[in-house]
Design a protein around this ligand. Structure first.
Ligand SMILES: Cc1cc2nc3c(=O)[nH]c(=O)nc-3n(C[C@H](O)[C@H](O)[C@H](O)COP(=O)(O)O)c2cc1C
Length: 387
């Protein structure tokens, strides 16, 4: 068996505060800091606690040259432990999963820091609502009690500023004044298929393309995209749409068609709830759109690029705003959230997280007539009388 270091590795010293009674009794503060080192790598799902000796071995080990196992029993045991954790990779079939993940990453053109950020910021099994309640961070009063006041809502006004003319005719007759994040859907009324088609088509459909070189196609859509690459695919969880069987579908942005996926999550409402990290106010929207980025498409041009990940998240933001705008025009409610359990989606869709991954979930449908969960409509443009 031979081994080498995984290609991308970060070592982080961490200090955790603790309390020692003996220290307090001896006249000290009782407070002490435990120091440790964690290794983090974008082909692994979580940090690996290591010792300073492990760190020294990792720093000395080549990520390119394979080497045989050391002869000393102690060094060999250390290497085998680090191989089992995945921070060293081996050519043995026993450790093929970590080695394959490392190989995928080597071929992927991620900027290393973004790769780590993406990998470790994914959630699984998180119930954000339960966590907010447990930490008593639900209301504005809770936040102020725990965090104090936030920075001011706008920076100070600058001297010499020129007052701009008041708004005259509003854009699209003030359409966007009626855009309010919807947390109250009317589940009694299915969404007509034509409205779902309109939402997906207006936001995501390619209206034209250019092909400057054979096999190099740039799509033209109503939303902007970094480099014209449009790397984001829409997986639609149909929940309550006329004429469509509920379930996960893929929207094809060139063909303007929805394909029901052969593999489906077992219980759709429970999947939607987990997907949205327990946010029940979003989970019953008529359609949920999971924005899945094909990183390779963007990284084809923006190789190992420090701005590439930022650009694809901005792409997702443009799509979400276009959904908001189109939904408002149709008289529907919409939302976007990044508080999602990405790993649940990856498992159902069979995605390698470093090649394709969900960045956000949008949703839309008919608004309920009753506001059970608060929405932000202080001027009453959406709810007429205000919340
Ligand atoms: C990137 C992003 C993430 C958001 N995530 C959540 C979320 O997880 N849960 C939620 O209830 N609202 C979420 N929202 C909606 C915001 O809370 C909402 O935009 C804000 O309260 C202002 O309300 P408005 O959209 O009606 O103007 C998100 C909005 C954005 C742009």
């Amino acid at each position: 068996m031979q081994y080498r270091r995984c290609q991308t590795l970060f070592l982080e010293p961490r200090e955790t505060p603790g309390f020692r009674l003996q220290d307090l009794l001896a006249g000290g503060t009782g407070l002490h800091y435990e120091q440790r080192v964690v290794a983090m790598a974008p082909h692994l799902d979580g940090p690996v606690p290591i010792t300073p000796d492990d760190a020294a071995l990792l720093l000395a080990c080549s990520a390119e040259t394979w080497q045989p196992l050391p002869t000393s029993a102690e060094a060999r045991a250390r290497v085998m432990r680090l191989v089992a954790e995945g921070v060293l990779v081996s050519d043995s079939a026993d450790h093929a999963v970590h080695a394959a993940a490392d190989t995928t990453l080597r071929a992927s053109h991620w900027w290393s820091v973004a790769a780590l950020f993406h990998r470790l910021s994914r959630w699984t099994g998180v119930d954000s609502v339960e966590e907010m309640e447990r930490s008593q961070m639900v209301t504005a009063q809770d936040l102020v009690r725990k965090l104090g006041n936030p920075p001011a809502e706008a920076p100070p006004r600058l001297p010499g500023a020129v007052a701009l003319p008041p708004l005259g005719d509003r854009f699209l007759d003030g359409l966007l004044l009626r855009r309010t994040t919807c947390r109250n859907f009317d589940t009694s009324r299915p969404l007509p298929l034509a409205l779902l088609a309109g939402m997906l088509g207006e936001v995501l459909l390619a209206s034209a393309h250019v092909e400057p070189e054979p096999g190099v196609r740039f799509l033209k859509k109503n939303v902007a995209s970094a480099g014209g690459l449009h790397p984001i695919e829409a997986y639609v969880l149909v929940q309550n749409v006329e004429g469509l069987e509920p379930g996960l579908h893929h929207y094809h942005a060139v063909a303007h068609e929805l394909a029901r996926l052969p593999v489906q999550p077992p219980a759709l409402p429970a999947f939607a709830h987990r997907l949205l990290a327990g946010q029940s106010w979003f989970a019953d929207a008529h359609a949920l759109v999971i924005l899945v980025c094909r990183f390779e498409r963007n990284f084809w041009k923006y190789r190992n690029h420090a701005k590439a990940y930022r650009a694809v998240t901005l792409d997702a933001g443009h799509i979400s705003q276009a959904f908001y705008t189109q939904a408002t025009a149709y008289g529907l409610g919409a939302f976007v959230t990044a508080a999602i359990n990405e790993e649940e989606v990856e498992q159902v869709l069979g995605l390698d997280p470093m090649r394709e991954g969900p960045l956000a979930v949008c949703g839309f449908g008919w608004r309920s007539e009753q506001m059970r969960t608060p929405e932000m409509d202080p001027a009453g443009h959406t709810w007429k009388t205000g919340p």
